[in-house]
Write a protein that binds this ligand. Structure first.
Ligand code: 5SP
Length: 230
């Protein structure tokens, strides 16, 4: 997985057909998705339950590109190895998931996977300051984690700007997760984000048997985000 700062669209399969994940992953990649974002929730760290490493392993053969696994679970450390073995390219843990973030990031990298750190909307940028040498991605939650289809929290744009200034030239992705659509994508792209996770705004109007809307939705988000540099 090489590093670049081009806009990458990462559809969240939280908004996909849960009975058809493999075909959904193939459909979004065929329609232009750059990464596939996989939301793992435990009903404890967040008030929703999705799936675990077995589901990730099952969908892995259906993903040609990057499998971006977002762990909304606590504790997180006992499960890192399982998600790495399931074929994750990136594993993102939450700064709020436990007291030993540095150890968690070490464990992710030791498992041979790129390490991501997610910040809830109320968590300040200073939380990542002493982890910059340990992260490949910082995920700014622009909704409270747990559910798709929520409203984008605008206060997080300032956080993205602060992060961009803090990161400087380091090869660290800034990922945005929650409420991303063609209206909010340019706001976060301008602030310095490069990976845009979008669930409802990608999957709306389409299906495995009618995937063209996925392509149109992805193109619209990408064009809106890239438009800020035009
Ligand atoms: O992690 C989460 C929610 O916890 C996100 O990945 C959402 O699934 C994004 O969904 P939309 O806001 O784009 O519908």
């Amino acid at each position: 997985m090489s590093f670049d700062r081009k806009i990458k669209i990462a559809p969240s399969i939280l908004a996909a057909d849960f009975a058809n994940f493999g075909a959904e992953c193939e459909a979004i990649e065929a329609q232009g998705a750059d990464w596939v974002h996989v939301d793992v929730m435990d009903g404890h760290f967040v008030p929703n339950i999705t799936f675990g490493p077995a589901t990730c392993a099952a969908i892995r053969p259906h993903i040609k590109g990057v499998m971006d696994v977002h762990l909304m679970i606590a504790p997180v450390d006992p499960y890192i190895e399982g998600f790495a073995k399931a074929g994750a390219d990136v594993i993102t843990a939450h700064a709020e998931a436990g007291p030993h973030t540095h150890r968690t990031l070490q464990a992710i990298r030791n498992a041979g996977v790129k390490a991501g750190l997610a910040l809830n909307p109320g968590t300040p940028v200073s939380e990542v300051e002493y982890h910059l040498d340990m992260v490949d991605l910082i995920c700014v939650m622009t909704v409270n984690p747990g559910f798709g289809g929520q409203k984008f929290i605008h206060s997080q744009i300032e956080k993205v700007k602060q992060l961009r200034a803090l990161i400087g030239d380091r090869p660290i992705h800034i990922e945005i997760d929650g409420g991303v659509d063609p209206v909010t994508a340019p706001l976060v792209a301008k602030a310095g984000a490069d990976v845009l996770v979008a669930g409802s705004a990608v999957f709306k109007g389409g299906s495995v048997s009618n995937p063209a809307p996925y392509g149109e939705n992805i193109r619209n988000i990408r064009a809106a985000a890239e438009g800020v540099w035009a």
